[in-house]
Design a protein around this ligand. Structure first.
Ligand code: HEC
Ligand code: HEC
Length: 224
């Protein structure tokens, strides 16, 4: 078991346990060697960087404004953000309710610090979602959709899904990578992911329509 005792020794965090807690983040974020932006930005070297500052990721206006206003991801800032993301950055696009337990967050951050910093021991990044984990046919990811047809179909979706996410547990779905989007909808459609409203919605969509919606919502992330 890997335990980190910071100077002062006031507490000790358990990075091994933190790795297990990272399962809550893994669906959206990559960290480690080769980590790329997925639903959320990669988390390599997150400690000490300004909020909303990475090239190539489409942050919400709220996250960019927080960074421009001086928010830096110190351990304390990360701790506050992860306990209640929208308390620190209202209107953030991160659909995560928060990790309420203080020692959970300490353990998670200890692990994230190890995996996030470069160096020979850093593990390789793991994928955010794979077809296999939902028992889906990987061929479903090769279907390309027409974003204009997706825009036509999306009218039904945006009655619930707002660009910055909802306050009632309705996540933001714009700007997602194609594969993550298709895997999420196919998992609902095929009953591998359980949520009555979304299973009903996705169950009516063909594979081509799901690909079209993925293309549309990916593009919709470009709009201000
Ligand atoms: C449902 C997807 C999702 C989950 C789950 C999620 N995040 Fe995020 N995260 C995002 C998105 C999207 C953003 C960008 C938010 C914005 O632009 O407002 C983000 C932003 C962040 C940032 C700011 C990064 C930067 O470059 O400024 C940090 C740090 C972060 N997430 C850490 C975590 C951690 C740690 C967890 C797990 C406890 C987690 N997130 C869970 C989607 C997610
Ligand atoms: C009645 C409201 C409603 C409608 C209409 C709706 N959704 Fe959802 N959607 C939700 C809720 C609530 C969730 C979160 C479900 C969960 O926790 O699994 C969700 C989840 C999702 C997710 C996964 C989000 C995540 O963070 O993993 C995707 C992708 C998605 N919806 C796409 C769509 C698309 C595309 C449409 C239109 C074809 C649509 N939804 C229509 C309410 C709705």
């Amino acid at each position: 078991m890997l335990a980190l005792v910071p100077a002062g020794g006031a507490w000790s965090a358990d990075a091994e346990r933190g790795k297990a807690l990272y399962a809550q983040c893994k669906r959206c974020h990559q960290v480690g060697d080769g980590a790329a932006h997925r639903i959320g930005p990669h988390l390599n070297d997150v400690f000490g960087r300004a909020a909303g500052s990475l090239e190539g990721f489409r942050y919400s206006p709220a996250m960019k404004a927080a960074g421009a206003g001086g928010l830096v991801w110190t351990a304390a800032a990360l701790d506050g953000f992860l306990s209640e993301p929208r308390a620190l950055v209202p209107r953030s696009r991160m659909s995560y309710a928060g990790m309420k337990d203080d020692s959970d967050r300490a353990d998670l951050l200890a692990w994230l610090r190890l995996s996030s910093a470069g160096g020979p021991d850093r593990p390789a990044a793991e994928p955010t979602a794979t077809p296999e984990e939902y028992g889906l046919d990987p061929q479903l990811l090769t279907i390309r959709g027409d974003p204009d047809y997706g825009a036509y179909l999306a009218g039904e979706c945006t009655t619930c899904h707002r660009p910055d996410g909802g306050e009632e547990g309705i996540p933001a779905i714009t700007g997602w990578p194609h594969d993550d989007f298709v895997i999420a909808l196919q998992a609902y459609k095929r009953g591998k992911r359980v949520h009555p409203a979304m299973q009903l919605v996705a169950g009516r969509l063909s594979d081509e329509e799901i690909a079209a919606l993925a293309a549309h919502f990916r593009r919709a992330g470009d709009e201000p």
